[in-house]
Design a protein. Structure first.
Length: 238
């Protein structure tokens, strides 16, 4: 008990001294804040970065990185053939491109890109539309999401006045790629041919909004809207 009483007394004396002499905070036993020079700050920062896990560090993407070429998905030999065909197509050398694409299909009869581009060549050349149709159909069979092949089929069906088939093909292309103004415009034109003016107006307005500089789309959209109104009024009167 005596020891406890002594400790309590010492504590009381310490409190009294602290109250009466507040400047004791300036005595030498008080530690001063540590200051760092520039070199110490740099070293400390490096230490923190080294301790971070790799996934915590920012991933730096090299400037100017281009997305991979879609043709690189094929094996090296076939990829080179397809790239050569693409160059020929871009320079308008369709006959040469046709031969290269046929060679590519012989090497890989499931090459969707080759079938789709072959159909395009036949369509542009304005001949062998039956071969173009078969090429596009094969492309869609291998890849149902090939919007370019569906669009090509739609163009062929339109040229043959098979407008219901054209509507179906263009609709598939649009559903795959909704932001393509040309797809929307061709779908609208096909709807006009089958007298579905409301749907034609919607598609053509969409085309005009996607390609605001295209005056033809605007005129067709206005024409389709007028026909839709006329048709609606006639239906009410009948």
């Amino acid at each position: 008990m005596l020891e406890i009483a002594i400790i309590v007394c010492v504590a009381a004396v310490f409190v009294i001294v602290a109250v009466r002499f507040p400047r004791t905070a300036n005595l030498s036993f008080v530690k001063k804040p540590k200051s760092f020079d520039d070199e110490e700050v740099i070293q400390e920062a490096k230490k923190i970065l080294q301790e971070k896990a790799p996934e915590e560090l920012p991933q730096i993407v090299p400037a100017g990185t281009e997305p991979s070429d879609e043709l690189d998905a094929y094996d090296e030999e076939l990829s080179e053939l397809l790239k050569s065909a693409r160059e020929k197509i871009e320079s308008g050398k369709y006959a040469s491109a046709e031969n290269i694409l046929i060679d590519a299909i012989c090497k890989n009869n499931k090459c969707t890109w080759a079938y789709e581009r072959l159909g395009f060549i036949y369509l542009v050349m304005g001949k062998n539309l039956s071969d173009a149709t078969e090429s596009f159909l094969m492309a869609t069979k291998l890849d149902q999401d090939n919007d370019r092949a569906w669009f090509g089929l739609g163009q062929i069906y339109s040229s043959q006045s098979q407008y219901n088939k054209a509507v179906d093909a263009f609709s598939r292309a649009v559903n795959i790629s909704r932001t393509d103004a040309e797809y929307q415009a061709f779908l609208g034109k096909a709807y006009l041919e089958v007298r579905q003016y409301g749907k034609a107006s919607k598609a053509l307005k969409r085309a005009a909004s996607l390609d605001i500089s295209n005056q033809e789309y605007k005129k067709l959209a206005s024409f389709a809207e007028d026909k839709h109104r006329e048709h609606s009024r006639a239906s009410k009167l009948s």
